[in-house]
Design a protein around this ligand. Structure first.
Ligand SMILES: [Zn+2]
Length: 116
């Protein structure tokens, strides 16, 4: 797949309210960040799929600013890939969460995770 195709498929999946990811057809490795070759085996035989959005907390950290505190971390999705998220509340490693994704006007994605 070409990068432009991957980006446009990601956008369609995000617009329909789902979390996209990429799966390598050769080694079945899954990953979130948009690339046109598999980071594990180098294959370009990739497909873009829709995640169910369910995963567990892999790591987290609190970021203290003047007026608020944010919790960020990494979630490992059931499909096997990891994603960097903003957590809605305090979490512990291993907590089951649902991940939602929103696109903003500058073309970036915002990833939010809520405890289940
Ligand atoms: Zn691969």
């Amino acid at each position: 797949m070409r990068l432009e195709e991957i980006y446009s498929t990601y956008d369609k999946i995000v617009q329909s309210g789902y979390l996209p990811y990429i799966r390598c057809r050769k080694c079945m490795n899954t990953f979130f960040y948009v690339r046109n070759l598999c980071p594990k085996c180098g294959s370009r035989d990739l497909e873009v799929l829709r995640s169910g959005g369910i995963g567990k907390v892999f790591s987290w950290t609190k970021i203290f600013r003047k007026n608020d505190t944010s919790i960020y971390g990494i979630v490992e999705l059931e499909e096997g890939f990891k994603i960097y998220c903003n957590f809605a509340s305090d979490v512990e490693i291993g907590d089951k969460v649902r991940v939602k994704i929103k696109s903003s006007e500058d073309g970036k994605y915002k990833v939010l995770a809520d405890k289940l």
